[in-house]
Write a protein that binds this ligand. Structure first.
Ligand SMILES: [Zn+2]
Length: 94
């Protein structure tokens, strides 16, 4: 997938920057800067899954949802695998 340079989540505009990471993190979201960083060295499918994970991070922070990180990770991984295994195109018209 092509990772966009910006996304809008409700009224928030989020910038997405792909860069090399010096830590073991694959992605981060800074609420202060409204920026998602994604490790540019990730394989394409891992990068897409990380992008989805970081969108979850954005949603829980701007909506003030209390959820532990393990639960968030399971949610994003399961959603990603369901979309992929069923070849779901969310934008197609039936
Ligand atoms: Zn996370």
């Amino acid at each position: 997938m092509i990772i966009p340079k910006t996304i809008n989540v409700n009224e928030h505009r989020i910038e997405i920057i792909e860069r090399k990471f010096s830590t073991k993190d694959m992605g981060t979201f800074s609420r202060k800067d409204m920026v998602i960083h994604i490790d540019s060295d990730l394989q394409e499918d891992v990068k897409a899954e990380t992008f989805l994970h970081e969108i979850f991070e954005v949603i829980i922070r701007i909506c003030g949802i209390e959820i532990n990180h393990q639960s968030l990770t399971i949610m994003s991984e399961m959603l990603f695998s369901t979309i992929r295994k069923n070849n779901i195109n969310l934008l197609s018209k039936y």
